[in-house]
Design a protein around this ligand. Sequence first.
Ligand code: UDP
Ligand code: MG
Length: 329
Amino acid sequence: MKEQQIKQLSVVVPCFNEQDVIQMTHDRLVGALGSLADYGLEVVYVNDGSSDDTESMLFALAAAEPRVRVVSLARNFGHQPAVTAGLVHASGDVVAIIDADLQDPPEVIPEMLKLWRDGYEVVYGVRTRRKEGILKRAAYASFYRLYKLLANIDMPLDSGDFALLDRRVVDVLNGLPEKNRFLRGLRTWAGFRQTGYTYERAARAAGEPKYSFRALMRLAFDGIFNFSTTPLTLIFVAGAIISGLAAIAALVYLAARVWGFSVFGQSPEDVPGFTTLILTILFFSGVQLISVGILGEYLGRIYQETKMRPTYVIKELREKDTDDSASFD
Ligand code: UDP
Ligand code: MG
């Protein structure tokens, strides 16, 4: 249990061409979090290669207030890399991740902090209602459900990157060497005590959405393929099923050839060489599909290894004669 003492709260805000909203966002953040009794505030803005005035506006904020930190990236790397950079540069005991467009209300962070004080290392936002178009909502809803089917982690439905992370979880995430990051998946993977906090997701306060359809698709693909080699296994399963069917078909054609009955109105005897040809094709397509499937299984394992995720994350270690808990990376 954590004692009531002053803790440092860092807020990571990725910003890509957010000049229309950034001042408003900063005021809302400081208004909601700047004078909490138990928390010191640090805001880490990450300028993700904006081409508008975002960078200079952020630099002005940093010049005016010591609690503002700006990490300016060399070009537009994307939302997930931007948040990753912010997490590395956040120094707080607890770190909130929030979009720059005020879709996630900063005012709920104090509520989430209470859950953190209660011992949850991860408090993730769960959206009750999205103020977005029906198509986009349907796309999100189906993605999260497909995700549940495919991925090997139990990621909570309808949770985005808006979350509060304990320092230990941030350290785990920062320590992961993998480059293509799907943070909400990694956050789930990290474990510890996690809980959701339900809130209503607003519409963008100002400016246009910065996620292009392509970027969203890429995010969805990262989400699926970073956490699942199920698609590769499916090739194997398909190969096995098709080979099985091919073996049956081969037997049927062989029998038709030997006993001279017809299949689909034709007898193999009508066309010289048909039986040899069809048996060869069926046999080798089966062999090929299974071979690809086996390669897929190896590829999947190589892929998992190259991500170099640790095999486990320790929450606590205990020994006799000490009630200290130690943590290891
Ligand atoms: N963002 C970013 N880099 C990008 C795209 C987006 O840092 O390449 C930031 C953006 O400034 C915002 C957050 O990521 O703070 C979410 O973007 P957006 O609101 O456009 O996404 P949506 O809410 O539509 O999912
Ligand atoms: Mg948004």
